[in-house]
Design a protein around this ligand. Structure first.
Ligand code: FAD
Length: 414
């Protein structure tokens, strides 16, 4: 068996140590996912691994691991950066950042959002982040122009302020509901679910004609099975005197609401915001692609397993993935943690049971890329609601109205 002289062995050791030190010292210059792919943590972690944890040398360890590079995950990553935290990473099983807010560009040059997002907020921090991603000159600002299509009539949004556009019978039904509501409930009782909430707010007429059919179509579950805690400021409150005045004058009243004006990136769709935001985070921290899909979360040992088997250790975990998916990943992780102490409050079987119990809906988004120009009646339209059950879709968006570059020259995208 060949032997190695002690002086030669120590110079090999020195050389390897020097190589590792230089590698880490210059690691920020390497492409973003390079270090991660080779399982290389920041220098401080690596020294710890060399000195005290030889068995775990290939398992990365972070103070914070964020699962999901959608708006929530990227927002959290930005906050950590602002607070000068360095031991964190973001993992996402998709090839692009943005989550449900991402956009795609097709082979014909049309850009599509998943559903046509609009950006509005009254939070200064949120607005600042939007401009960190895309500077002020990169945005279009639009006046919302939105309609509800009912019984052949186009009723401007907000629906309750513009019921004069409805056919007579429906208009009377909606107005009657509003009047009865005002007489009966100067202060409507607290609603226990979404169905009760909109019936208390808008009366039985508007509930029957618009709110119930539209929301049943949109959420795919009965509104009576939904909470109303999320509604907040998104739906206009009733001003009966104003509604009657609009009816008497035949005037549209469209200015209400937090999204009466909204903005949209001139290029790249909504997803352009989140791609830009991801690129402004420190390099090598956001890891995208199927190999970064989290398949197991072991909350006992605080270890994540990625598709393909690689593992990471975390101190704090921030998940922005669908709750049922997190519960299933926890179930897998808890099974692998059998025998480890302490036992968490949930076991694998309970996690699976809870995941199965959760309701969720999904939707198909269809993009129609057409040659030509937008018909004059839709020239400035943004989005249109279709509550009636004989129409199979619930909403349409004239997406090329949001930004010229959402469609190639001479094209219309909807
Ligand atoms: C049709 C439609 C229209 C909408 N319109 C608007 C709008 O106009 N304005 C607005 O503000 N919002 C709108 N939204 C809502 C908005 O899209 C979401 O609120 C937002 O994307 C949620 O961000 P998130 O980061 O919490 O989650 P998500 O966007 O769902 O991101 C979660 C991320 O986790 C990743 N992931 C999932 N599982 C795993 C795993 N196991 N391992 C690793 N990664 C994983 C996913 O790939 C994804 O990137 C709309 C949504 C839809 C569907």
């Amino acid at each position: 068996m060949a032997s190695v002289d002690p002086p030669i062995a120590s110079s090999y050791f020195f050389f390897i140590l020097l190589w590792l030190t230089l590698f880490y010292a210059f690691s920020p210059l390497l492409p973003p996912s390079f270090l991660f792919l080779f399982g290389l943590p920041p220098l401080s972690h690596h020294i710890c691994a060399l000195l005290s944890m030889p068995v775990q040398a290939t398992m990365l360890s972070f103070d914070v691991v964020i699962i999901g590079a959608g708006p929530t995950g990227l927002g959290a990553a930005l906050r950590l950066t602002e607070r000068n935290r360095t031991s964190w990473c973001v993992l996402d099983g998709s090839d692009v950042a943005g989550g449900l807010s991402r956009s795609v560009k097709d082979d014909h040059g049309f850009t599509w959002d998943i559903g046509g997002h609009v950006i509005f907020s009254h939070y200064q921090y949120y607005d600042d982040v939007m401009e960190l991603a895309i500077d002020a000159s990169g945005w279009n600002v639009h006046q919302r122009e939105s309609y509800v299509y009912v019984a052949g009539a186009w009723v401007p949004y907000p629906f309750q302020n513009n019921i004069h556009r409805l056919p007579t019978e429906l208009r009377e039904e909606c107005l009657g509901g509003l009047e009865r509501l005002t007489e009966a409930h100067a202060h409507p009782p607290a609603a226990l679910n979404f169905e009760q909430w909109f019936t208390n707010q808008f009366g039985e007429g508007i509930a029957r004609v618009f709110m119930r059919p539209y929301n049943t179509k949109l959420w795919t579950v009965p509104p009576s099975a939904m909470s109303c805690a999320w509604v907040g400021e998104r739906v206009a409150q009733i001003d009966l005197a104003q509604i009657k005045q609009n009816m008497a004058r035949g005037e549209d009243d469209v200015g209400w609401g937090p999204n009466a004006t909204f903005r949209f990136p001139k290029e790249g769709g909504t997803g352009g915001i989140y791609r830009a935001l991801a690129s402004r985070l420190p390099r090598g921290r956001v890891h995208l692609g199927p190999e970064h899909r989290v398949v197991a979360v072991d909350p006992v040992r605080k270890v994540l397993t990625l598709r393909g088997g690689r593992q990471l250790r975390y101190t704090a975990l921030l998940s922005s993935i669908p709750l049922d998916e997190l519960l299933r990943a926890l179930a897998v992780g808890l099974e692998s943690a059998t025998g480890a102490a302490p036992h968490p409050p949930l076991d694998a079987a309970t996690c699976r049971l809870l995941a199965d119990k959760l309701d969720f809906s999904s939707t198909h988004i269809v993009g129609l890329g057409m040659r030509g120009t937008v018909p004059s009646f839709l020239k400035t339209a943004c989005w249109l609601y279709f509550p009636e059950s004989h129409i199979c879709f619930y909403r349409a968006t004239v997406f090329s109205n949001y930004a010229e570059r959402n469609a190639p020259e001479g094209g219309v995208g909807a």
